[in-house]
Design a protein around this ligand. Structure first.
Ligand code: D41
Length: 683
C-alpha cells in the first residue's frame, strides 16, 4: 500500500495495516539515522530517507494518536558516541525543515508572512547548504577552547582536538570579539580533495567514503587527531550560539555573519541578502546552475529571515526554527536496480563494464547507465546483476555506483563475468596481473581502436606516410574505406581524388607516399604495429635481438624477456599481440601488399664489428644526435640500452652526463668519449 491510497481513505480510521506501516517506518528510520549520524556509513541514499521520513510525518499528521515521543520525527540527529566525551550544548543545535519543491518554499514564505502579519516582502539571507557535518565551536577570550558535534542537538561529542587541526578554523580570534563566543557551522571536504583522498585510499586497499559528507563526518570522528589532521577538511560558519553581552551584535543575520568574518572566522562567499520569495527563487536557480562548478558539494540552499527581531517573533517548533528552511536541490544520489552489465571498448582497447540501470532521476537528470570502471571495482563493491545500488551523479561526471544495498539483493542476483572476447571485434582479451584494466588485443582491426591504431601506424616515427594526416585518416575510417592499416595499401588515386578538398595532385602525392612507406625497417614496422608499451627503443631492441619478424612472433615470453629493457609485462603484451589471429592476418596482409625491409642479419653481417657488445649513451653529443649514435651502433650489431648494469660493455658519455656516468664509475665500466665513439664506428 502506498501513501496515496491511505489518503484516499476518507474516514481516517487507524487500521492494523497503518499501525504496521508506522512501526516499520520508525524501525527503518531509526536504523538509517544511526547509520548516518553515528556510523558515517548510510546504507540508503538521503532521498530514500527523506521519502520515508515524510511518509511517517504525513501518517502521524493524519493519525495523531500514533505519535510517540520517541518517533524519529520528534528527534534531531543521532546519539553521541561513547568513545568521545559528551558535551551538552548550552543552547540546543536545531535542525532545519526541508522544502523539496517551489510550492513548499512558497508555503514557507506564506506561513511567515501570515504569522508576522506583514504584507510587504520579507528580507532573507540566502546561503548555500553545505553538505558536511554541523559543529559547534567555543571561543573563550578569543581562544578556541571547545568543539562538539551536533549529536542529537542536545548532547554532542567532544571533538576539540580534531577541530583544532582544521586549517581554516582560527585558534585565536582577532579584532573586538565577545569574551565568550560560540559559533556553529559546517565542516566539509572539498570535492577535489575528496576524490583525491578516495583514489588514494582505493589504491592502498583502504576504506573509501561514499560521498564527501561521509568523508567529513568520518574524518571528524577520528579518535586520533593526527588522522583528522591529514584529511583535507574545511569549515564555514553559519550562525552564532551562546554569545556574552560585552560586544554589541548586529541586528540582522547577515550582519552577524559579517561580524564573525571580522573576528577571523571563514564564511561562504556565496551568501546574499535578498528581498521577497521571487529573489529567493532567483538565488536558488543561480546556485543550482553553478552547482557543478562549486569547489564543494551543496545539497540545496538555506533561506533565513534576516532580521533577528523577526526571527525572535517567529520562534521555534519542536525541532526547527520557523524562520529558516533548507530548500533542497534534486538529490545527487538515488537508489535503483542494475538490470544488466555491458562492456564497452575504449580508444586504447580498455574494456569498461557499464551498468544498465532501471532509469531513475538523479540531480534532475534521468540516469540509465553508470560506469563500473573495472573488475577490481566490481569486486570491491561486490556488485551483482539484480542488485539495488546507490548511484551518485555529482557535477558533470559520469554517474557512479557508490554502494550496494545488501538487504535488497534478490536470491537470483547474478555474478558479473568479464568477457573473454572483445565485444566489438571478438579478439581475445588480456588482463595483466596486477593491472586493473582488461584490454582487447585486436588493436589493429578493432573498430573501437582502429582510428588511433591507424594514426599511429602512419605517423612519422612509424611508417612515416607523408601527407596522410589525422583528418584524412578519420575521413577514410568514417567512410569505411580503411578498416585496418593494411587497407591503406589498397587505396588508389582515383578513389582518393573523390574526397572533399582533394585534387588529383594531392591524391597522387598521398598514394606515392603510401607506396614509398612500403620500404621500411623492421624496427619501424614493429613500432608501427602499436603493441602496448613497445616504443621505438623496444622495437629496435627486439629487431636487433631476434633479427627477423618470424622469430619475434613465435618467441616465448621467457625468450622475449631476454631482450634488453623488456620485462615480464612488456613480454606479455608482445606475446599476446602475436597470439591474436586478427593481428597475424593484418601482418600477413601488409607483407602480401608489399611492405618489406632489408634483412637485418645481412646488413649486420656486412658491418657487424660490435656484435655481442652493449652500450649506454648519456649526456649530449656534439657531432651527432644520440639517436644517430644509437642507430650507428646498432647497425654494427651492438645493443644499446637505457640503463647501466654489469652487462654494459661501455658507457659513452657526452657533455653534462649525470647519474648513468656515476653508476658506470661505481661499477668500474669502461667510459668512452664522443671521440672514442667515432673511432669505434670507423673501425
Ligand atoms: O550550510 C549548512 N549546512 C547550514 C546548516 C547553513 N548554511 N545554515 C544552517 N542554519 C541552521 C540554523 C538556522 C538552525 C542556525 C544550518 C543548520 N542550521 C543546520 N545544519 C545541520 C542541522 C541544522
Amino acid at each position: 500500500m502506498n501513501i496515496k491510497d491511505l489518503f484516499d481513505d476518507s474516514n481516517a480510521e487507524v487500521t492494523a495495516e497503518i499501525v504496521d506501516r508506522v512501526a516499520q517506518l520508525r524501525a527503518l528510520l531509526t536504523r538509517y539515522n544511526r547509520e548516518y549520524y553515528e556510523l558515517d556509513e548510510p546504507s540508503v541514499p538521503d532521498a530514500e530517507y527523506d521519502r520515508l521520513f515524510r511518509e511517517l510525518q504525513q501518517l502521524e499528521q493524519q493519525y495523531p494518536s500514533l505519535i510517540t515521543a520517541s518517533s524519529p520525527t520528534q528527534k534531531v540527529g543521532g546519539k553521541a558516541l561513547d568513545a568521545f566525551a559528551q558535551i551538552r550544548h548550552e543552547m540546543p543545535m536545531l535542525s532545519l525543515d526541508n522544502a523539496l519543491t517551489d510550492d513548499e518554499f512558497h508555503a514557507f514564505n506564506k506561513r511567515i508572512a501570515e504569522r508576522l502579519d506583514r504584507q510587504e516582502a520579507i528580507e532573507f539571507c540566502c546561503e548555500p547548504k553545505l553538505d558536511g557535518a554541523a559543529v559547534s565551536i567555543l571561543y573563550e577570550n578569543g581562544e578556541l577552547t571547545q568543539s562538539a558535534t551536533r549529536g542529537d542537538g542536545q548532547i554532542g561529542e567532544d571533538i576539540t582536538a580534531n577541530v583544532r587541526t582544521i586549517r581554516n578554523i582560527p585558534l585565536q580570534l582577532e579584532g573586538k570579539f565577545p569574551q565568550r563566543l560560540e559559533i556553529r557551522g559546517e565542516v566539509f571536504m572539498p570535492l577535489q580533495a575528496f576524490e583525491r583522498y578516495n583514489a588514494r585510499a582505493a589504491n592502498k586497499g583502504e576504506k573509501t567514503f561514499a560521498n564527501p559528507r561521509n568523508a567529513a563526518a568520518g574524518s571528524l570522528r577520528q579518535l586520533d587527531s593526527r588522522i583528522t589532521a591529514q584529511r583535507p577538511l574545511h569549515f564555514y560558519a553559519y550562525s552564532m550560539g551562546v554569545v556574552s553581552d560585552d560586544v554589541e551584535l548586529a541586528t540582522t543575520h547577515f550582519g552577524r555573519l559579517t561580524q564573525l568574518q571580522q573576528w577571523g572566522l571563514p564564511i561562504s562567499d556565496e551568501i546574499r541578502v535578498v528581498v521577497g520569495a521571487e529573489e529567493c527563487l532567483a538565488y536558488y536557480h543561480s546556485i543550482l546552475a553553478r552547482r557543478a562548478q562549486l569547489r564543494y558539494e551543496i545539497d540545496g540552499i538555506v533561506v533565513k529571515v534576516n532580521d533577528i527581531a523577526l526571527q525572535q517573533d517567529l520562534g521555534f517548533v519542536s525541532r526547527a526554527p520557523r524562520w529558516a528552511i533548507a530548500w533542497k536541490f534534486p538529490a545527487q544520489e538515488e537508489m535503483t536496480v542494475i538490470r544488466d552489465v555491458d562492456f564497452q571498448v575504449g580508444r586504447t582497447g580498455a574494456i569498461t563494464p557499464v551498468a544498465r540501470l532501471e532509469p531513475v532521476a538523479v540531480g534532475g537528470v534521468i540516469v540509465a547507465n553508470a560506469t563500473l570502471h573495472n573488475a577490481d571495482e566490481i569486486e570491491r563493491l561486490d556488485i551483482r546483476i539484480g542488485d539495488t545500488v546507490i548511484i551518485r551523479r555529482a557535477g558533470d561526471v559520469i554517474p557512479q555506483v557508490v554502494q550496494v544495498v545488501p538487504e535488497r539483493r534478490p536470491a537470483d542476483a547474478r555474478m558479473i563475468t568479464f568477457p573473454q572476447q572483445c565485444p566489438v571485434c571478438n579478439s581475445h582479451v588480456e588482463r595483466i596481473a596486477g593491472e586493473a584494466v582488461t584490454r582487447c588485443t585486436g588493436g589493429l582491426i578493432c573498430a573501437a581502436q582502429r582510428r588511433e591504431a591507424i594514426k599511429h601506424f602512419a605517423s612519422r616515427k612509424a611508417m612515416d606516410i607523408d601527407g596522410l594526416g589525422e583528418k584524412l585518416i578519420e575521413l577514410l575510417i568514417e567512410r569505411e574505406w580503411i578498416k585496418s592499416p593494411a587497407d591503406l595499401y589498397r587505396l588508389n588515386e582515383r578513389e582518393l581524388a573523390y574526397l572533399p578538398r582533394m585534387g588529383d595532385k594531392s591524391a597522387k602525392k598521398i598514394i606515392a607516399a603510401i607506396n614509398a612507406s612500403k620500404e621500411t625497417t623492421l624496427p619501424r614496422f614493429l613500432y608501427a604495429l602499436g603493441i602496448r608499451e613497445v616504443g621505438e627503443a623496444t622495437a629496435t631492441n627486439l629487431a636487433q635481438h631476434f633479427g627477423d619478424l618470424e622469430r619475434i612472433a613465435t618467441a616465448s615470453q621467457a625468450e622475449l624477456e631476454e631482450v634488453p629493457d623488456v620485462g615480464a609485462v612488456v613480454a606479455n603484451h608482445i606475446y599476446q599481440f602475436f597470439r591474436e589471429p586478427h593481428n597475424q592476418q593484418v601482418i600477413d596482409d601488409l607483407l602480401a601488399l608489399g611492405v618489406h625491409w632489408p634483412a637485418l642479419e645481412q646488413r649486420a653481417a656486412a658491418e657487424a664489428t660490435l656484435v655481442g657488445q652493449t652500450f649506454v649513451l648519456t649526456g649530449t653529443l656534439s657531432q651527432m644526435t644520440r639517436d644517430e649514435a644509437k642507430q650507428a651502433l646498432q647497425a654494427r650489431g651492438a645493443k644499446v640500452t637505457g640503463s647501466v648494469s654489469a652487462k654494459t660493455t661501455a658507457v659513452i658519455a657526452g657533455d653534462n652526463a649525470g647519474s648513468k656516468l656515476t653508476k658506470a664509475e661505481e661499477l668500474g665500466i669502461t667510459i668512452l668519449s664522443e671521440a672514442d665513439l667515432i673511432d669505434l664506428l670507423q673501425k
